[in-house]
Ligand binder design. Sequence first.
Ligand code: HEC
Ligand code: HEC
Length: 314
Amino acid sequence: MRKLGLLLGLMVIGGAAFAQDVPPYWAYPVPKPSGPPAKPDNVVMKKVPGSKLRFTDAGVSDRFVVPDWFPREHPPMPDVVAHGRKPQVFACGYCHLPNGQGRPENASLAGQPAGYILEQVQEMRAGRRKTSVLMGSIKSMYAIAGAVSDDEVKTAADYFSRLKYRKWIRVVETATVPKTDISSHNMMIRAAGREPIGDRILEIPENLERTELRDPRSGFVAYVPKGSVARGKQLVESGAGAFPCASCHGATLQGDGNVPALAGRSPSMIVRQLYDFKHGTRSGPAADPMKTEVSNMTNAQAMNIAAYLASLKP
Ligand code: HEC
Ligand code: HEC
């Protein structure tokens, strides 16, 4: 299917240069359409290492009750983070996790500036922050942005900005990768067999079962092409033809004022944002400083940059 799409793209646009500028499917994973999901089991009590708590599959599927496996590892969650507000405001901690670590199909909020968190939700509500591929996860986020109040977002922003983002993405340079599928949660997951990595970053759960249970201690591995981390370092330090990233994102890329932190963050998320800035789907005055940065950035450069940023200590 993908090959066919690419071929058609080539034929329609008539040039490899254009075909390379399609949104990378591995950063915007969209599963093939399937029937309604099976009803999650509500009998078998599941566990994750290190927690005495037990939840069923149904228990971890309720978007208004965050499964909180390690309640002592974070301050008490405000109501909007733990429960949200019915019918449209799903609990922030459901997708972004109680510790704010986030997942590849959304974003980590831990340690991001409170002002930035509020601003981004407002940008989504105003339709200035859009996406180049409307993944299901992003569609849900936009619905939330439309329904949530600024006061609720401020409360959530205050909570997440005080959490410390910790390293939980293991970057591995490699020539070959496991074959992958796309889960119903817009996530790349391991399949049987291996294949060459090509120009891709494959960010997949270290342990799918624990990730499906929303275990906030079970992180991700990002397979990246050989040499990409060094190439990314050079681009980040030189500014990829514009200003060095550190001049706005802080000397260690851990954020500065209201400019977000990049170090150690999800490479899928970074690639999506760079692509969205470049193609004007993420736009408006707030995004202006990024426009110059990405105007000449190729998909390959964005990928190298994301590999390097993910490898950094947060
Ligand atoms: C259904 C899952 C889901 C829930 C629940 C959710 N989000 Fe999100 N959020 C997302 C996704 C997906 C993105 C990433 C969008 C993208 O890649 O552009 C996101 C991105 C964000 C961003 C941008 C972060 C960045 O670094 O660019 C902020 C801020 C945010 N969410 C705040 C919230 C708040 C506050 C709540 C609760 C009121 C919330 N989210 C609830 C899925 C969710
Ligand atoms: C002139 C200042 C400036 C420079 C230089 C700069 N950025 Fe940014 N960047 C920003 C601002 C401001 C934002 C927030 C944009 C918004 O509010 O929409 C941002 C946002 C981002 C985001 C989105 C993060 C998120 O959590 O959503 C990424 C990714 C990013 N920058 C990467 C880079 C990279 C990579 C470089 C270097 C090649 C770079 N930036 C250089 C100012 C800058």
